[in-house]
Design a protein around this ligand. Structure first.
Ligand SMILES: Cc1ncc(COP(=O)(O)O)c(C=O)c1O
Length: 407
């Protein structure tokens, strides 16, 4: 379904939040997306019709819950072309990355002692690695960005070496919107026998990902950034690696056999899924994927590109504005900017008075803000399927007024 302004307005009707917040312009989709009624219904239906725990009960209701839960995992696996047992349910991207930072030490070959990241990382793809580096006396190496806000691939080639144990990077920057050349990065990682990890938190809703074609070892993402419920995230991992690394949490649901002194782990993915899982949320995520696929990720990307082009053109008309974005062809629906010397928190608060919602501040990327020379952070606009040109006109008019008020 090709999206235009009219279709975007039609899709908007699927999102009940707008009925309950009349006139709201929601431009904070990178923080969390809104949920269509189809997803909300799937979650409610589960609780109202099929609620039972999974993987234990032998009665009809529990079996139905198990089928729904398994089907959700299949939908997620198909979505990224993974095998079903390669999909691990976590809480979110952050937990997926933590799982790796706790368990990968066991498979890092002797002599490899470097973790390579990029200057664009969200704290969730930095702090877990800092922790691992301190614990194991490893070195963090950070690939630079260029002045056009894209990744410096020459620097990547220098920093990714046979010393690299782990190469973890974001697919799309949550601040700059930059789409990284992940195929090339994974190739460099594989050539140097590094463990490659893709943070797909900001790309999963608008770029088609095929993990088999990419050849990455791991991929992490969150349901709540792709029209799905909160509380559920995914870690994809290559089967042969998941089988080698140890569990991350211990308890019920992740074992095959337990004695007083010992336990044998369940097969993957259950080995990594201790305790009762977020069953309704997993089913809701399956529904969100069906919704995204019905529209088509290419169509979503095209629409977000059109909105980006339009927004960049309008933003550039505001005197004294500084834009942090690499352009509509190299970015994915996220634009950050500084409105002269006005603090981003003031920008956000004043926009909020007009019912316009954006993110303001460091966007969980403090080191990047420091690099850009803006410790106070940025104002950030981020799009979804339901955003329209009129909403961009609204924010532009409001930004111009804010600028005048502070002059
Ligand atoms: C690129 C990126 N990585 C990781 C995260 C963390 O996601 P979550 O808070 O859902 O764990 C975010 C959230 O904004 C993000 O944008």
């Amino acid at each position: 379904m090709k999206i235009n302004n009219k279709i975007a307005k039609k899709l908007r009707k699927d999102f009940p939040i707008f009925k309950n917040n009349k006139g709201m312009t929601y431009l904070d989709n990178a923080a969390t997306s809104q949920r269509p009624k189809q997803v909300i219904k799937a979650v409610t239906d589960f609780y109202e019709k099929d609620n039972a725990n999974v993987g234990r009960g032998l009665y009809t209701l529990a079996e139905k819950a198990m089928v729904d839960y398994d089907n959700a995992r299949k939908t997620i696996a198909n979505f990224i072309n993974a095998d079903t047992e390669e999909i691990i349910f976590t809480k979110n991207t952050t937990e997926s990355l933590n799982l790796l930072s706790y368990t990968l030490s066991s498979i890092i070959p002797k002599g490899k002692d470097e973790i390579v990241l990029t200057e664009m990382e969200h704290h969730s793809n930095l702090v877990p690695w800092q922790h691992l580096a301190k614990k194991n006396k490893m070195k963090l190496k950070i690939i630079r960005i260029k002045e056009d806000f894209t990744l410096d691939m020459k620097d990547a080639k220098q920093k990714i070496t046979n010393q690299t144990a782990i190469l973890s990077f974001t697919h799309v920057s949550n601040v700059l919107g930059t789409i990284n050349q992940i195929k090339e990065l994974i190739k460099l990682g594989n050539k140097n026998k590094a463990i490659t990890i893709v943070d797909a938190a900001q790309s999963i809703s608008n770029i088609k990902i095929d993990v088999k074609k990419l050849g990455c070892d791991f991929l992490a993402f969150s349901s709540h950034k792709m029209l799905g419920p909160t509380g559920i995230g995914i870690l994809y991992g290559k089967k042969e690696i998941l089988e080698k690394i140890p569990p991350f949490n211990f308890g019920g649901g992740m074992i095959k056999r337990v004695e007083w002194g010992n336990a044998e782990w369940a097969d993957i993915p259950e080995k990594f899924e201790a305790g009762t899982q977020n069953i309704a949320e997993a089913i809701g995520l399956g529904e969100a994927i069906k919704y995204l696929e019905k529209i088509g990720l290419e169509n979503i990307a095209d629409w977000e590109k059109e909105l980006t082009e339009y927004t960049l053109k309008k933003l550039k008309e505001i005197p004294g504005i500084k834009i942090y974005n690499s352009g509509p062809d190299k970015s994915a629906g996220i634009i950050s900017f500084s409105l002269g010397k006005i603090h981003p928190h003031d920008v956000s608060a004043l926009l909020d008075e007009k019912g316009i919602v954006i993110r303001a501040g460091h966007c969980c990327a403090m080191p990047l803000m420091k690099k850009l020379g803006i410790p106070q952070g940025v104002s950030r606009i981020s799009f979804s399927v339901f955003n329209t040109f009129e909403e961009i006109d609204n924010i532009m008019e409001a930004l111009k007024k804010i600028k005048k008020r502070f002059e």
